[in-house]
Design a protein around this ligand. Structure first.
Ligand code: GLU
Length: 301
């Protein structure tokens, strides 16, 4: 039976930051950017003659002749767009490509839409995207509007501070300080609900929070540690992930239209029976990050 373990130590993070400094493509783990030849090595070829009975989303995809996927594009290592090469890379982007391939669609038949944390449920409800893969935690509030396949990854809330700054070990230590996170995210909600003495600053994008931290406008950025590690690796001279324990457990799911059980079952089967592909995608994108996590078991709900 597969279990999930999660272990990130400060030393590993520091090592990862060092390892990744040499990469100047903007993508911490894969200079090839995840498109082109890099993609072909880890993403299986598009499946042929795919049938998913009873999936309104798949029917729409087939009529359109392409897949429309919601992603992040400012999160190195997870969901990233290189503005120079125009290549998308990251663990989430490759998971999204893997799903597209299982539906019969290769890179040339994918349209990506960057959607910020606060706008994900609405984009899915509106049918603007077929599915969303972008550090999207499964939770009950979101499940009222949409469904999730997965989980396909587990991380937890962490803290990013200026290099040489306080190595906070808990959120309580940030009472009176200003912490930045993304609007509509689980970490900002956690602070608002449980840590009223912490001042908050919100932006649509975590990259804006990171900029504020570098400029000294906020004391810390909080979100999933996997995201923070990507930012620290990009700018190790200025940023560090604190070494404290993970503050929450965040299970990443693939967001999709509520009630499309056929598509959800298809993606869950892919995650369950997908052989070595998950591991290859993890190793390619996060293998050098210091994150140690096995593929989680798919939850039936
Ligand atoms: N995983 C958390 C969430 O879904 C934080 C990361 C994000 O905003 O995408 O809210």
């Amino acid at each position: 039976m597969r279990t999930h373990k999660l272990l990130v130590t400060g030393a590993l993070i520091a090592a990862a930051a060092l390892t990744l400094t040499g990469c100047n493509s903007g993508s911490p783990a894969d200079p090839s950017g995840g498109g082109g030849s890099g993609t072909e090595s880890v993403i299986p070829k598009p499946a042929e003659n795919v049938k998913i009975d009873g999936s309104p989303t798949f029917e729409k995809i087939q009529k359109r002749g392409k897949v429309v996927i919601g992603v992040k594009e400012d999160q190195p290592g997870l969901g990233y767009l290189d503005n120079v090469t125009k290549e998308r890379s990251g663990f989430d982007v490759d998971i999204a490509r893997w799903i597209a391939a299982s539906l019969g669609y290769g890179e040339d038949k994918i349209e990506y839409k960057a959607i910020a944390s606060a706008n994900r449920e609405q984009a899915i409800v509106n049918g603007d995207i077929d599915y969303y893969v972008g550090t999207y935690s499964i939770n009950d509030k979101r499940k009222k509007d949409i469904d999730f396949a997965g989980p396909y990854f587990i991380t937890g809330q962490g803290l990013l501070v200026k290099k040489g700054g306080t190595d906070y070990q808990s959120l309580e230590q940030l009472d009176g300080k200003t912490v930045c996170s993304a609007t509509g995210s689980t970490p900002i909600q956690n602070i608002k609900d449980n840590f009223p003495k912490i001042k908050t600053q919100e932006f649509d994008l975590y990259s804006a929070c990171v900029e504020s931290l570098v400029n000294g406008q906020v004391d810390a950025v909080t979100t999933d540690q996997a995201i923070l590690i990507g930012y620290a690796a990009q700018d190790p001279d200025n940023l560090m992930v604190t070494t404290g324990p993970l503050l929450t457990e965040e299970k990443y799911g693939v967001g999709l239209a509520k009630g499309d059980d056929a598509l959800r079952a298809h993606i869950n089967t892919l995650f369950t029976d997908g052989g070595a592909t998950w591991k290859k995608i993890f190793d390619k994108n996060l293998g050098n990050s210091g994150i140690k996590v096995d593929q989680p078991k798919v939850d039936a709900y």
